[in-house]
Design a protein around this ligand. Sequence first.
Ligand code: AMP
Length: 592
Amino acid sequence: MIVGIDLGTTNSLIGVFDSGFVTLIADESGQRLTPSVVHYPEQGAPLVGRPAARMRVLSPERTVFSVKRYMGRRVGEEDAKTPFRLAGEPGGPVQVAIGETRLSPEQVSAEILRKLKADAERALGCRVEQAVVTVPAYFNDAQRTATKRAGELAGLEVIRIVNEPTAAALAYGLDRLSEHTRIAVYDLGGGTFDVSILELTGGVFQVLSTNGNTRLGGDDIDASVVRHLEEECGFVVKDPAARARLLEAAVEAKHRLSDLEETVVTLPFLEEGSSREITLTRAALEKIALPWIEKTRAHCLRALADANVEPSAIEELILVGGSTRMPLVRKLAGEIFGRTPNCSRNPDEAVAEGAALQAAILEGKLTQVVLLDITPLSLGIETFGGLMNVILPRNSTIPCKAGEMFTNALPGQRSMLIRVLQGERELARDNWELGRFEIPFQPLPKGQARVGVQFEIDANGILTVLARDTSTGLEQVVTMTSAVEVSDEAVEKMLGDALENAFEDMNARVFTEARMKAEEMLPSVQKAMNLAAHLLSEEERSWIHACEAEVRGALAGEAAQPLKRAVAALDEATQGLAALVMELAMKPPSAP
Ligand code: AMP
């Protein structure tokens, strides 16, 4: 039995597909939604889910929540403040500090997975050892790998990682198998926002584009509501237990205001030792939440642009994630895509349902559906002159594989450094390095070595880079498990920078390419002139000299087009010279 798991920032769910439909499994207290919270008591086993969530108030420093935000992240990247302590070496993986104990985010996530696994085993009456787990579309390699590792720690083999919006579309799309539909999935959860544009044709889902922010969600709205309540009270709540109580009251009020126009927030025994009652209206909440929700608009527009799809071409708008229960979110999403959202599924459950359906596909219980995902950023390697050579372009459908042949820049070179890069910039130095390794090869004259480089992304989004010297068959295979852990702000920045610097970047690329050509041509023209200048007319010789001078002059500058033109002119001017040199070389040695 393969289970489907939505390992959410705020809540997690587990489901199975059996006898033709998905069942989401409830725990012993009949709840299907398990809060993604783990409490570590001073002694004894950790508490997971609802009992742990209750401990957030009593023991905030030993109660870990939203740990998904730290999966595969490095120290220095975490921006959110937490009542529990984070630790780790600067630049090293983020750890959670509970007393003297240091835990990886995977270990904390594994506790949640272990609980879900146990719930499923009890409900199903059999062992559960394999799972499909969902992640936000924007999770990078390190975050996906960390998710797999969390599964392993919990005794689950994660046989497939699926992007959350894709899973949701699967949950919604199954009943329209024969149609050709374009779908937008707007997923605003507790800690992450994802938007995807998908196309469904005859049972094949294809993700046309994805966009999002792994640090945007209901948690941000909660923090703003807490600040608002503090302002209303007229003081800042410092005591961690009181803060946790305040947060809980804020979240509950926010939820109530999805159905009511007004609610009273009761804040018992804050620092002043007195209780407060504060009235919060939906209008006030919407004013607080709007800046956060408004942030999703740019992501949606970018996803549409990347997919090359007009909002009017979207036939279905699916809302996923608990925060889409807010009327303001529904209104705004509807406005962006110009259509009424489809809310026919439970927004909390669609992703888990999709994961269970994907599990069923893998088990062969459902055969009509195929899932295709895409890469969020381009992947490639650095080549001569510090340029980015893209091997797998952004938005490639995964699983995918592509390769290219490279050669040596220097004669007698014995190895090549493969720098694996991710990003949209033309110059290698502006992209992120995911890793590097050397591939040795046989020393040969310049341009004669043949090194094949292949990039493969498996169905889990994990990148394997293979480099092979084709003459010896010697190869190096590296799996990119330590991708540069970058926040989504950085992903957005990369796309923005690439757009903003497109002109300068292209100039730099054209200049570098022309420079390399010029540096190769100048010495060989010199050599050819030494051999055959006397066979040219005076006019041809001075034409060549003038072109050489032009190239040297352009090399001293930075402008790409003049250099490119000068190189092309030199190439043309030396056509006759090249033919002469060729002829000389072919001539049999003259008889004495
Ligand atoms: P998820 O990550 O999809 O489980 O979504 C959790 C987020 O949804 C949290 O920020 C919750 O506060 C929020 N949420 C859940 N129910 C509601 C509701 N009725 N109204 C507003 N937000 C909600």
